[in-house]
Design a protein around this ligand. Sequence first.
Ligand code: ATP
Ligand code: MG
Length: 697
Amino acid sequence: MAEETKSLNFIEQIVEDDLANGLDKSKLRFRFPPEPNGYLHIGHAASICLNFGLGLRYNAPVNLRFDDTNPAKEEQEYVDAIKNDVQWLGFKWDQVLYSSDYFQQLYDWTIDLINDGKAYVDEQSSEEIREQKGTPTSPGTNSPYRDRPISENLELFQKMKDGAFDEGAVVLRAKIDMQHNNMHMRDPILYRVLKKSHHRTGDDWCIYPMYDWTHGESDYLEQISHSFCTLEFKSHRELYDWYLDQVVDSEKIRPKQREFARRNLSYTVMSKRKLLQLVESGAVNGWDDPRMPTISGLRRRGYTPESIVNFSKISGIAKRDSITDVALLEFCIRDYLNKIAPRVMAVLDPLKIVITNYPEDKEEFVDANYNDYEEGFGSRAVPFSREIYIEKEDFREEANKKFFRLKLGGEVRLKNTYIIKANEVIKDSEGNIIEVHCTYDEDSKSGSGTEASKRKVKGTLHWVSIKHAEKVEVRLYDRLFTDEAPDGHKERDFKDFINPNSLAIGTAFVEPSLKNSEVGDKFQFQRKGYFCVDTDSNTDKLIFNKTVGLKDSFAKIEKKASQPAKNDSFEKVGPLAGKYLKARSDEDKNEIKSEIAGLSQNISFNFLLSPMQIAKSNKEILACLLVLGSGIEITENKEFDGFITNILKSNNSTIKVEGIKYILNNTMLKTKFNSDLNTLKTTDKNSYVRNLLEEQL
Ligand code: ATP
Ligand code: MG
């Protein structure tokens, strides 16, 4: 349902606006541009879902383009892994391309730049160049080589290409403006010397183009209509455009760079550089270690493509950086596995039960559904015998009434089979319980239809028959870091926060039906969590990864977050809205808006729904409206619609004008409230409102 009814995110809005302004839909083309210097992570999944999602939405091609301009860090292994991960997520690219495919074209364009007097070879050290760069508040100074003759630049650049210079000795720089207020425009580097073999072009080149010079021109060569990247490139946009200005043919599509916020996840790090450190330092066992936030790690952990895509969808595309709670990711996989995973029995911490009145040599098979609540899962036969394992924690010698498991003198049902009663505890010399002797009620077998089988006992326990059980390894994971934002500390290295107990290896006894499981198979171990067969398994030994527990901690977190009184940021918006009502100049108003925009990072649409419904005073109403206007993502919602309808009827002109501007900014809302707006256009008392709508509708 979400797809149609959900409002457009701001990126889709950009595309919609371009289409509305005349861009031909058949010209839409997107790309996902990973640098092959590591494996993809869950942050990349956001970008993949965004770009490939747009491709699906508009039936437009999406290229997979490897941004491979740094031979020092890039490898074929990463190219292969990235392709594999994108496909596994379920997306299809139009073409696989490489920035290195364009090295010759970029070089030719560079020669043009030099000939136009727009690039020069600088022989200063990187240190000197950095010093001349200035600061955001003070201008830079020109390089002494800035004005060398074109012929000399051509000659030196040729020498760079021929390998006459050592790494770092010279660079080629664009000649833009050392006084520019955007630091990226202060004569940025176009080429550097790197005497390294490239994973695709080998030793053909010893000069390599810089990212900025490469990215936009690659977009242009591929005729990408929209080049979406993460926020850190926002300040590069001016340079992206300057470079395009040098080569663009007005008949062709001119790519448009726009930025969105990186996806960050709590309790982990996301940069490939840092993930590589984890791999190289041995803190994890490779890129696909199930504790890693990589796509390959998540896959090995038991995540499915559907759950990752759904996570991306739910978390949305934001304009500002924030940290997404890892509990949301866990919620997504739990939700998915709940629908597909067969339920089976495994005992992780065994306690031996001897059923003393059960014949020694007897064994029987009980029919057990793979899912008691859903059709279509089927069932299997599970062997039962005189000696079984249950979980240690499911037995106590003494316990109060609230303990619904097995206690001495008490009864419990064994899942799918008999009711047993605990009669005697056997202990070792140190007093540890090593066995519990029980008796079973022969008539109580589940599904047998007898009176005894219908008898209600409080607890039901999972179990395995000892002589039939398969001994397996289980790997239980905790968070890889003990800190919510391990790389958020200025004075500390993120590796200081590695959780020394993030992996616990144990053994478990599982029912024999699991014997022939294959790598990647997923199960719910009843009452214990979701598990999947790890790639390290072999015919002699099965290994299970715990994917996620059964309990939904996210629901609790959501609940907490949506209690109105608890949102400190929203508390601060109220007084600002009051000030806004009194503000006279646009400057004052904009200042207040930007302050509110900052606070809005911590305010979700779901949270806002309740203040929207109870807002009475103009100040309260405006507070909600200004938070909405700061760009928080909205979803289809009746209460929200009611709120907007009331805004359009408001007697306060500030509220009404703000509301109208807010609607006009969003294509979906514009469509939805079209008739209200048209009525106001002709009938509103306020001429400013009428004129505004006249202009915009
Ligand atoms: P990292 O620091 O993790 O290496 P990167 O930006 O250098 O990230 P790229 O391979 O250059 O990694 O990224 C490919 C694309 O994915 C880029 O468009 C980038 O903006 C996007 N991307 C990277 N990390 C994230 C993230 N955490 N959230 C959303 N998009 C991301
Ligand atoms: Mg990068």
